[in-house]
Design a binder for this molecule. Structure first.
Ligand code: HEM
Length: 398
């Protein structure tokens, strides 16, 4: 039960407990029901979890800043002022513009065909076969095979990318684990060792290093941009694909509707990203007293912004737990909104769309077993998803 102090709701939940990491949705509902901004004493933060308040907070970058750290550990927040997620104002927009260059819809259209072909081949190789772990064999496939190629990292970087991304996101919570610290340090050492000679010419990283030669970027900016391609781009999209596959397999009526009308593929992707938002939260610090629908967050307080909680707010989405490709969820907050809105959103959507296109074109039936939840503190998704792609009876959608 929330306890009421003078004017702020208080709730004793631990969003980093194993139970909550596994299934945070009861805690999210309790936070939404307790009030527009809720003091969590265990973490000493104000949590914002209702859709309209999260949307407004993300669009208030001068009052709620990212540049004082956006995580809950010193080691994560040590990246403030250095990685794009934890910068404000002009330095942020300058670095962000550099990062966005290969990620615009126009640029990604060029990569679409190649990504599609790769995933079609992979789906064909799995079609009609035994059950497999979809997280490894299907969800991780495009980021590891294709995105690493687009970024242009040397071989050793590709092999370690997944481990680096998982460990780094795990560091966002309090009391970081020693093994995650070691793996994340390895990632930083690798990034710092990169040079124009060690990356693929013409790749995203290659283009960045070329901009150093012409004086457009500094070496530091290049390494900051490469980290922004490697760390937040992998586990996020992998886990999101796991949710997408599970949502469709668990809702055969929706899958049948999609096979009959593939024009709904983009909506199916958005609906899964809404229902099972991979990024649990980031935080901000209030630069002045900040009003959240009548609750005042005092200047200097840390604020936890719960994307996944907002996307299941019954005040915004009727029956929010339901996977429904016909609802209008285009304002979803899975990729955030405002100046820090995900730089890789178009790539993430593209990867998920080509995966569904390949499955629809294969005329497949999707069968999911019981998934095992991963326990990453920053990201919500499966470690393991038993899955089968069966050949559908000819011409008859399931
Ligand atoms: C389903 C997959 C993904 C999800 C759910 C996701 C989610 C998010 C969210 C919620 C933010 C907002 C951070 C904030 O409000 O402070 C963000 C930022 C960011 N994301 Fe993603 N992301 C995904 C995929 C990607 C990919 C594929 C890339 C890179 C290719 C990427 C790169 C970034 C970067 C660089 C930022 C920081 C942008 C800034 O601070 O201006 N993300 N992401």
């Amino acid at each position: 039960m929330p306890q009421q102090t003078s004017d702020r709701p208080v709730l004793d939940v631990d969003l980093f407990s194993e139970a909550s990491l596994r299934d945070p949705y009861e805690d999210y509902k309790a936070i939404r029901d307790a009030g527009p901004a809720v003091w969590l004493p265990g973490l000493s933060v104000y949590a914002i979890g209702r859709f309209a308040d999260v949307q407004r907070a993300l669009r208030a970058p001068e009052q709620l800043v990212s540049g004082q750290g956006n995580g809950f550990s010193d080691v994560w927040n040590a990246g403030r002022g250095m990685n794009v997620l934890q910068m404000d104002g002009r330095p942020h927009s300058r670095l962000r513009n550099t990062i966005m260059r290969p990620l615009s819809p126009a640029k990604l259209r060029e990569a679409r065909q190649d990504l599609k072909q790769l995933v079609v081949k992979r789906v064909q190789s799995l079609l009609g076969g035994d059950s497999f772990n979809a997280m490894l064999s299907l969800a991780a496939f495009l980021p590891v095979e294709a995105v690493s190629h687009l970024v242009g990292l040397p071989e050793i970087g590709r092999e370690r990318m997944l481990a680096w991304a998982a460990a780094t996101f795990n560091l966002i919570g309090p009391d970081p684990h020693a093994d995650d610290l070691a793996v994340s340090a390895e990632a930083r050492a690798f990034m710092s060792s990169l040079s124009a000679d060690s990356v693929r010419a013409g790749s995203w990283a290659g283009e960045l290093f070329a901009a150093v030669d012409t004086g457009r970027l500094t070496q530091t900016e290049v390494l900051q941009a490469i980290s922004a391609y490697v760390i937040p781009s992998l586990d996020t999209t992998i886990l999101a694909k796991g949710h997408l596959l599970h949502d469709l397999a668990a809702n055969p009526g929706q899958w049948a509707a999609l096979r009959q009308n593939p024009g709904k593929i983009p909506a199916a992707v958005l609906e899964s990203a809404r229902r099972n938002s991979v990024l649990r939260f980031f935080s901000r610090v209030a630069m002045e007293d900040y009003d959240v629908s009548g609750v005042t967050i005092p200047k200097g307080a840390r604020v936890m912004i719960l994307y996944a909680c907002a996307n299941r707010d019954e005040r915004r989405y009727p029956d929010p737990d339901l996977y429904d490709i016909d609802r209008d969820q285009r304002d979803l907050l899975a990729w955030g909104t405002g100046p820090h809105m995900c730089a890789g959103m178009n790539l993430a959507k593209l990867e998920m769309e080509v995966l569904l296109e390949a499955l629809v074109e294969a005329d497949a039936e999707l069968v999911a077993g019981t998934p095992t939840m991963g326990l990453n503190r920053g990201l919500y998704g499966y470690a393991d998803l038993p899955f089968q792609i069966r050949r559908a009876a000819r011409g008859v959608p399931a």
